[in-house]
Design a binder for this molecule. Structure first.
Ligand code: PEP
Ligand code: CO
Length: 453
């Protein structure tokens, strides 16, 4: 049964709910469709989380990155959780992203566009619909937006009300981020405000403070000789993103803005499509083609030239600058083989895209102690290979995509402290994929910026 959104105008028979006529993978099976419809309607009446002018601004920034004039840093949890909607966790995540962006700004000498995997990254694709433990099979956990993680029949039932709870937490998260930024938290004149407690004890602390000191000094110098404040550095821009997976949720806040004559998804600035849901004729691509937000598409080893060209044609038929970001995630080994042919495929057209590397999702493995982990050196190796391949082929790798947290977790091995498999149990908290901890993320930014001694 359909959950429809009130229509203002038609566009090539696309509607916010036209995806419902297509095959939709990775969707939960709700038992009560009327209840889903009711939730979508209630969600749609709530005020939006983001505005169309922010969405437009981000698309322009990404267009600049496509032209090699800016660089995108996208990062955050694999899966945000409702329980982690807490001030310290949000502030720490914002801090690490700000610190990384500062290091990248200094090292790359380009404006850095910051996009959090925040304020809605609550739904996860799963490799199997069901999970079996001790002979009992229950629906897989699909993220807090869909069902609950505990392994009981009640918890695993998909509950439409969770979309409302998720929307509320996304709003709380964004409200806090916006207030922190407006209050001067991100003022480049005072990077000491962003220090996390344990940066003081990090082997990287000296290097980091040298960088922030140098930036503060050059700002002061510039301002004293010009007599002007560098306004842009007092308040920064910060954008949100999540995988646009749970389609009733995405549909609910999809609005036609009369003054712009276009449809926007107003629950995030930058939604992306995972490869598992990127079949050209399927529901997700149908939904995404009708909204004007800038968007990402994840590309892995299974992506073919025809498939990619089909996606580009359907999602950006007018070749709008800033519209498409191709996020490749091959893994350190497969990238050498897989990336060049996709670059060639796109280069043979006049399609405008931003190339971004996600060095996390192709490098997941099992530790010797049976935990899902990623090695720092493999993440770095994929990044280095990707930069080299793009440089050799004359394309600009204009962004990176990380799973990270501002907490001192032990989920990925390696880095300056040389975390080993046996260290992982100490603070392994992730709900889905292993994240870089604060220090590993900082180190990665320093290496990326070419600033590590
Ligand atoms: C993710 O970004 O969390 C994710 C599931 O990635 P991918 O779809 O690329 O595996
Ligand atoms: Co993930």
């Amino acid at each position: 049964m359909a959950y429809s959104t009130t229509m203002t105008e038609d566009k090539d028979s696309w509607r916010p709910d036209s995806w419902q006529a297509c095959n939709a993978s990775q969707q939960p099976v709700y038992s009560d469709h009327a209840q889903v419809g009711d939730v979508v309607e209630r969600l749609g009446k709530l005020p939006p989380l983001v505005t169309s002018w922010e969405v437009e601004a981000l698309r322009d920034h990404i267009a600049a990155a496509q032209a090699g004039e800016a660089f995108v840093l996208q990062g955050g949890d694999c899966a945000e959780t409702f329980a982690d909607c807490r001030s310290e966790i949000i502030a720490q995540k914002l801090k690490i992203l700000l610190q990384m962006s500062l290091v990248l700004l200094y090292g790359l000498q380009k404006p850095i566009i910051r996009i959090g995997r925040m304020g809605g990254q609550y739904a996860k694709p799963r490799s199997a619909d069901m999970e079996t433990r001790d002979g009992m099979s229950l629906p897989s956990f699909r993220g807090d937006l869909v069902n609950r993680g505990d392994f009981t029949p009640e918890d695993r039932v998909p509950d439409p009300e969770l979309m409302l709870r998720g929307y509320e937490r996304a709003a709380l998260t964004l409200n806090f981020i916006r207030s922190l930024i407006d209050g001067g938290f991100a003022d480049l004149h005072h990077p000491e405000n962003w220090d996390l407690d344990w940066v003081q004890h990090s082997p990287l602390a000296d290097e980091y403070h040298e960088i922030t000191g140098a930036i503060s000094k050059s700002l002061d110098f510039f301002e004293s000789i010009s007599g002007n404040q560098v306004h842009a550095t007092r308040r920064i821009e910060f954008y949100t993103s999540h995988e646009g997976l749970q389609l009733p949720y995405e549909q609910a806040q999809t609005r036609f803005l009369k003054h712009r004559g276009k449809w926007y998804n107003l629950c995030t600035h930058f939604p992306w499509i995972g490869m598992r849901t990127a079949a050209v004729d399927d529901a997700h691509v149908e939904y995404f083609r009708g909204i004007v937000n800038p968007m990402g598409i994840k590309l892995g080893p299974g992506m073919t030239a025809d498939w990619l060209l089909g996606l580009i044609e359907k999602l950006n038929p007018d070749n709008v600058p800033g519209r498409l970001t191709l996020i490749h995630r091959f893994g350190a080994e497969a990238v050498e083989d897989g990336l060049p042919r996709l670059i060639e495929t796109v280069a043979a057209t006049d399609a405008r895209v931003l190339w971004m590397c996600d060095p996390m999702h192709g490098n997941t493995e099992s530790s010797s102690t049976g935990l899902k982990t990623r090695r720092f050196e493999n993440i770095l190796a994929e990044l280095e290979a990707s930069f080299r391949i793009h440089r050799d082929m004359g394309t600009w790798l204009g962004g990176v995509h990380f799973e990270l947290t501002g907490e001192n977790v032990t989920e990925c091995t390696g880095g300056a402290r040389g975390l080993k498999d046996t260290d992982l149990e100490r603070a392994y908290h992730t709900q889905v994929d292993p994240r870089l901890n604060y220090e590993q993320a900082m180190e990665m930014a320093m290496l990326l910026a070419g600033l590590r001694r």
